[in-house]
Design a protein around this ligand. Structure first.
Ligand code: SAH
Length: 223
C-alpha cells in the first residue's frame, strides 16, 4: 500500500501519528510495542461520528451513558506499566468504548473485558468485530468481582476508580502478574501498579489521575 492509498483509506492516519509523537513519545512513553499499537488502532472508530475529527486530541470525549473515552496519554501510561507479553491473558474492567480493549488485543494473546452498561458493551463489540479482532471476549456485568472462572490472569487493567485496592481482583492475578488501577476518592486518584511476586504485593505509584468511579460491589456504593 502506498502512503497515498493509506491516506485515502484512513483520513486520520496523520492525526494519529501526531498523537503518538506529541502526546505520547513527547511526554515520555518509550515502549515501542505500545507506541506501534497506538499508531495502528483507529481511535476515531471508537467515538461517536460527530467527534471523529477530535478523536486524536488530548481531551476526554463523551461515549454515552455519562462515560468518556480515556485520554490517550493515560492509556499509553497504563499499557506501558502492564509490560504485556504476546502470550498474556488479560482482564480489563470497564470496556467503555472498546479502544483500550483493541490495544490490549494487539499486545496480548487474549482479552476478557467487563462493562456494566450493556449498550456500551454492545457498541464496543460491534466496532471490535468490524476491525477484525478475534481474541476478545466482552462481558456485561460488575467487573469489581473480576472473572473467577477464567482466573488467574497475567495482567489486570481497571479503567474506573476504586476507593481502595479490590482484594477480589488481587486474588485473580497470577504470581508474577501485574495490575494497573486508579485508587482513591472520586475526585482525584493515584494510578497504581500492583505486582504480585511470590505471594507478596509490590505497589508503585505512576501518576495522579481522574477516572469515572467503579460502580457497586467493592467499588463506590452508587453513581
Ligand atoms: N478504557 C475505556 C474507559 C471507559 S470509562 C475507554 O477508553 O473507552 C470506564 C468504564 O467503566 C465505563 O464505561 C463504566 O461504565 C465502566 N464501569 C464502571 N464501573 C464498572 C464495573 N463495576 N464493572 C464494569 N464496568 C464498570
Amino acid at each position: 500500500m502506498t502512503l497515498f492509498d493509506q491516506i485515502q483509506s484512513d483520513p486520520f492516519a496523520s492525526d494519529r501519528q501526531r498523537m503518538v509523537e506529541y502526546q505520547l513519545r513527547g511526554r515520555g512513553i518509550r515502549d515501542e510495542r505500545v507506541l506501534d499499537a497506538m499508531a495502528r488502532v483507529p481511535r476515531h472508530e471508537f467515538v461517536p461520528e460527530r467527534f471523529h475529527a477530535q478523536a486524536y486530541e488530548d481531551h476526554p470525549i463523551p461515549i454515552g451513558y455519562g462515560q468518556t473515552i480515556s485520554q490517550p496519554y493515560i492509556v499509553a501510561l497504563m499499557l506501558e506499566a502492564l509490560a504485556l507479553e504476546p502470550t498474556d491473558k488479560v482482564l480489563e474492567i470497564g470496556t467503555g468504548s472498546g479502544y483500550q480493549t483493541a490495544l490490549l488485543a494487539e499486545l496480548a494473546a487474549s482479552v476478557y473485558s467487563i462493562e456494566r452498561h450493556a449498550g456500551l458493551a454492545q457498541n464496543a463489540e460491534r466496532v471490535l468485530a468490524k476491525l477484525g479482532y478475534t481474541n476478545i471476549v466482552v462481558l456485561v456485568g460488575d467487573g469489581s468481582e473480576g472473572l473467577p472462572q477464567d482466573a488467574p490472569f497475567d495482567a489486570i487493567i481497571v479503567s474506573a476508580a476504586a476507593p481502595e485496592l479490590p482484594s477480589t481482583l488481587v486474588e485473580q492475578l497470577r504470581d508474577g502478574g501485574r495490575m494497573v488501577i486508579p485508587v482513591g476518592p472520586a475526585h482525584a486518584q493515584e494510578l497504581q501498579l500492583v505486582q504480585k511476586q511470590q505471594g507478596q504485593l509490590l505497589v508503585s505509584y505512576l501518576e495522579g489521575c481522574r477516572f469515572v468511579p467503579l460502580i457497586t460491589g467493592q467499588g463506590y456504593p452508587s453513581e
